[in-house]
Every structure is written in C-alpha cells, then in structure tokens.
Design a protein around this ligand. Structure first.
Ligand code: KG4
Ligand code: ZN
Length: 333
C-alpha cells in the first residue's frame, strides 16, 4: 500500500498530485497568469508565486484524493531541470514535509516524468518504445528501455519546439504562452498557404533557431507590401507554421522508428497537446502500423501527476534520497 504526494515547481506551474497504489487520485495545477503581462516567464516572480500557491495546492490535493497527511507514505518532488528559484520552493517544501511526516523523499527528473506520464492511464506503452518529448525547454527523441533506463537518441541543437511555437506567436502579437493560441488559429487556416523550409540537420537532431528567423524575415517582407499582412492572414500563417513544425518533428520520428525498428511510439511534453501534432501522428501511425501513445491533456503540460507516477515506480524500488538533496537547474538525463 502506498500514498505518494508529489510536487512539481520547475517552471511557472505549481502542481501537487497524489498517487494511491499506482493510481493518480489528485492532480492540482495552479497556473501563474502574471507572466502574460511580460511576454515570458520571469523567474523571480515565478518563485514568489510558487511560494504563495504551494500550501493551498497541497491542501486541495489532499481533499481531492480524500486522504489526510497521516496517510502519506512518501514525498516525491521535481529536482530538475528547471528554474533554480522555482525548484527551490518545491524542493524545500518537499524536504520539510517529509521531515515532519517522517517519510522517505523521492527525487524525480522532470524530463523522465514527462515520459512516465504514459504509465498513468491505459493503454500503456510496452518497452522498448520511442518517445518524442516536446516542451518549452526541450525537444528530444528518447529510446525508453525501462522505467528509468532511457537514452536520448536525438535532440535540439538550439531552440525547443515549444519555443518555436511561442516565438512565432510573439511575432504575430499573440500573448504568452502562444503555443496553444497558434494551435487555435491553425484550426481555421490553410496549412499549405505558406511554405517554410525544413532545416537540414544530421542524424536524429533538430534545430529551430534558423526556422524561427526565416519566419521573422518572411513576415517582415510581407508587411513591407501589406502592413496588415498579419491581421489579414493570421489563421493561414499559424496553420502553415504549425504544419511545418509538425512535419519537422514527424520526419525525425519516422527516421528514428526505422533506425531502431520500433513501432511503439509515444509523444510527451507541452507541445504534445498540439492538435496538428496529434492528428499528424495518428496519420503516420495508420500509414506505418505504429502503436501510438498520447497522454491526456492534463498530463501533457507540466503537472505533478507525472512526478507522482515516476515517484511511485521509484517507491517500489525503494529508491530514496536524503535530506541533503538540492535542486539542479541543469540535471543530467
Ligand atoms: O511541458 P511544458 O508545459 O513546460 C515545459 O517543461 O517547458 O511545455 C510548455 C510548452 C510551451 O512552449 C507551450 O506554448 C507549449 O508547450 N504548448 C503548445 C500547446 N500547448 C502547450 N504548443 C503548441 N500547441 C499547443 N496546443
Ligand atoms: Zn515540462
């Protein structure tokens, strides 16, 4: 029997989840809307808001899961990677809480947890599988051999896919975080209206910084001829940019699947909420006979449910850390 309380505070979402015998029974997410005023996450503000949100989020999670503090058998937390000030709030809280309850502490790597989110609901992938993890900070293709035996086989050399979405949104004067808004407008536009060149990057790696610059130049050029170009073509621009990003991601994923001869394919991270990516993955799966795994929306973007399930699998192995643990802004995979 195990009840694990998990804390996620690596960026701008304060989240607390409870895993009761392998089932997620609470997943409270307190979003920080304050960053919208600045067009990006302000680390100092994020830490302060985590500090305000963390105790109410814990209380709400206990209520939602219908458990008390005394029922908790272990406390799991995100150790990294992420913003140091944000991580410090979650790690310090987790350590104090575990100390007060006299229960073990479990350290979780945020990037592992995005992948392990696939073990929350059915159907669950079988090992080995490939996971395309696409978030605001990372773009990776991971060969997953076991719960904690994973290898990055391709990754971005510069910007992440989520950044490509967010920076495009910024160029289009859409508020932060722009990824979901690009997705929304793309649904009403023509994905073939404008063409953007696919970066030619070796192996299974990605690059999005040149791609982003090409969008900037394209928009500037169009605006010289028509100052209202963005307003008049917003849906088509979003649909075309999204289509290009999705093609870049899927082409590398196809290459990886062929190279490793694997048909168990998963996607994870915030960008896996993107409707174009979900549809494109489904079409590719139909063509190539893949079994695909896409997490529920609430487990795509940052959430403590994924930390709780990762914590549960570590709990089963009695993989605990001591009270001297500290957060890591950069954490080895
Ligand atoms: O995994 P996540 O919540 O946080 C990080 O660990 O980075 O990912 C956030 C990223 C942001 O770049 C956001 O714009 C993007 O995921 N995102 C989306 C969508 N929903 C979230 N991008 C495109 N389409 C979406 N529907
Ligand atoms: Zn994340």
């Amino acid at each position: 029997m195990s009840v694990i309380l998990a804390i996620e505070s690596s960026c701008d979402d304060t989240s607390v989840a409870i895993c009761n015998n392998g089932k997620i029974t609470a997943n409270v997410i307190a979003n920080q809307t304050i960053h919208q005023n600045y067009g990006g996450v302000i680390p100092e503000l994020a830490s302060r808001v985590h500090q305000q949100n963390i105790v109410p989020a814990v209380q709400q999670a206990l209520i939602n899961a219908n458990v008390t503090k005394q029922d908790i058998n272990a406390v799991a937390f995100t150790r990294g990677p992420g913003l140091l000030g944000s991580l410090l709030v979650g790690v310090s809280f987790a350590k104090s809480f575990a100390l007060a309850l006299n229960v073990p502490l479990i350290s979780v790597n945020h990037m592992h947890a995005h992948i392990l989110a696939h073990f929350i609901d059915d159907p669950k992938p079988s090992f080995p599988f490939l996971c395309l993890t696409v978030s605001g900070g990372h773009t990776q293709i991971v060969l997953v051999k076991d719960y904690f035996d994973m290898e990055i086989v391709g990754e971005t050399l510069d910007d992440a896919a989520g950044e490509a979405f967010d920076k495009t949104a910024k160029l289009l004067n859409l508020p932060y975080p722009g990824g979901p808004l690009v997705d929304k407008h793309a649904k009403m536009g023509n994905p073939l209206a404008f063409k953007f060149a696919e970066p030619q990057i070796a192996d299974l790696n990605f690059s999005f910084s040149g791609f982003k610059t090409s969008i900037l130049y394209f928009i500037r050029k169009q605006e010289q001829q028509n100052p209202d170009f963005i307003a008049e073509n917003l849906d088509d621009i979003c649909a075309s940019v999204q289509h290009s990003i999705v093609q870049i991601l899927l082409n590398k994923l196809k290459k990886a699947a062929k190279q490793y001869n694997i048909k168990e394919i998963a996607i994870a991270g915030g960008v896996s909420a993107n409707s174009g990516l979900r549809d494109g993955l489904q079409k590719t799966a139909d063509e190539l006979g893949w079994n695909i795994y896409i997490p529920a929306f609430q487990y795509c973007t940052d959430n403590a449910g994924m930390i709780a399930i990762a914590g549960y699998h570590k709990f089963l192995k009695e993989d605990f850390v001591g009270q001297d643990v500290s957060p890591m802004a950069r954490m080895e995979f």
